[in-house]
Design a protein around this ligand. Structure first.
Ligand SMILES: Nc1ncnc2c1ncn2[C@@H]1O[C@H](COP(=O)(O)OP(=O)(O)OP(=O)(O)O)[C@@H](O)[C@H]1O
Ligand SMILES: [Mg+2]
Length: 260
């Protein structure tokens, strides 16, 4: 397993994410377990694994174990929290990116074939936090960007969901200017159908394995794990087809008709 080598800085945002160099020579964005935000790390882990399986542009990530001595030297990390949780979520830092807020002129998203999948993934996992800060844009050529997705701390409705709340996750169209922005670059509405089929083909066993790998000290109970898999299976079958249809009808089509 990679080990932390040097601390760089705290990153902007409410999760207290830290930039740390590891023994593989690369920099990772590390999130610690925090009380009050208990589901941040499980959400990040589940969303990451699913996004990777779907071939969505999510930075490589892994669960790391940072020694207590190293963590103690980070001012914003609470001692109690280091003691209670040995494992952290680390996501590879993508250098030289801009957030969706910092870019005004985009002529092309080079990985545009992933965009319909990102939107359906957000609806499937109930990620209501696809703000312009939670995409990263890397300019590969003038006004041509590769898009990355980050920050799935608020999947399943929130960073502190309870099992009872999973029953009533939203089934409505979300207001997201980032989804609107991405929709401009989706070539055909058929892409939504293709992505839905891929989501529906993910083996249930894989979803079960993903939740099984959550470290015990992230306090996700057996009941929580069962409920997550149950909701994912139910939503992709019963709710996602309807949300896909609504999204295409109320957001994708009007945007493209206007642009014709
Ligand atoms: N893999 C990454 N590569 C480059 N920058 C990143 C990466 N992950 C996070 N960042 C930067 O760190 C910031 C905070 O990370 P993230 O969005 O995951 O946590 P957050 O604190 O929950 O954010 P917020 O609550 O502000 O949305 C991001 O807005 C982004 O600028
Ligand atoms: Mg964020």
């Amino acid at each position: 397993m990679i080990e932390p080598v040097s601390y760089i800085k705290k990153l902007e945002g409410k999760s207290n994410a830290h930039l740390i160099t590891f023994s593989d020579g690369r920099d990772y964005v590390v999130k610690y377990f925090r009380s009050g935000f208990e589901k941040t790390l499980p959400n990040e882990w589940i969303a990451y694994c699913i996004a990777r399986f779907l071939d969505l542009p999510v930075p490589y990530a892994l669960i790391v174990q940072i020694p207590e001595e190293f963590s103690k030297a980070i001012p914003e990390v609470e001692l109690d929290e280091i003691k209670n949780s040995k494992f952290q979520f680390a996501s590879l830092y993508v250098p030289e990116t801009l957030s969706g807020h910092q870019v005004s002129s985009v002529s092309c998203i080079v990985n545009h074939e992933t965009l319909a999948g990102i939107i359906l993934f957000d609806y499937w996992l109930c990620n209501g936090d696809r703000t312009r800060k939670n995409i990263l844009l890397l300019e590969e050529e003038l006004n041509r960007f590769k898009l990355w997705i980050i920050d799935h701390a608020e999947a399943f409705g929130s960073y502190s969901w309870l099992v009872s709340e999973l029953e009533t996750l939203p089934q409505k169209i979300m207001k997201s200017s980032t989804h609107l922005f991405m929709s401009q670059f989706i070539m055909s509405e058929e892409e939504f159908n293709e992505q839905l089929e891929i989501i529906q083909r993910i083996p249930v066993l894989l979803l079960e394995e993903i939740v099984e790998l959550i470290p015990d000290d992230w306090l996700v109970s057996k009941e929580d794990k069962k409920a997550i898999v149950g909701r994912l299976v139910n939503r992709r079958k019963k709710i996602l087809p309807y949300l896909k249809h609504k999204f295409v009808k109320s957001i994708y089509r009007p945007l493209h008709q206007k642009n014709e």
